[in-house]
Design a protein around this ligand. Sequence first.
Ligand code: SF4
Length: 128
Amino acid sequence: MNYEVGGHHLICLQFYHGKGYNQQFIDKLNEVVNRAKKGGEIEIIYGVDEICSVCPYLVDDTCNYNEESRDTAYQIDNLALELLKLSVGETIFWEDIKERIPEIIKTWRTEVCRECEWREACEGYRGD
Ligand code: SF4
């Protein structure tokens, strides 16, 4: 079964290690990451993905984390796809994304992690 992941989740999930907004959200992250690591094919979509679908901040298919989050989410989703050289509708495997991370992480940290509220808990930000 394909499953749907969008934009910045493709990058940030590479650094996921068990933290999230609530237990339902964590359970979904665990499910998605475990399936991906076992070789499940990831279909790249735009906007609300399987992870957003259980997020407590999703209201009417829109990110309501804060006033800027909708625009910010689209911006970083676009940047993630650009850096990973991926397009909506393509499919990819976890290991293929992982291989691309070293090339892009410096830019990602500068452009995205710096403003991310999860950075203190995230391995993606470590090393700076
Ligand atoms: S610090 Fe935030 S933006 Fe950076 S990889 Fe981690 S979750 Fe993603």
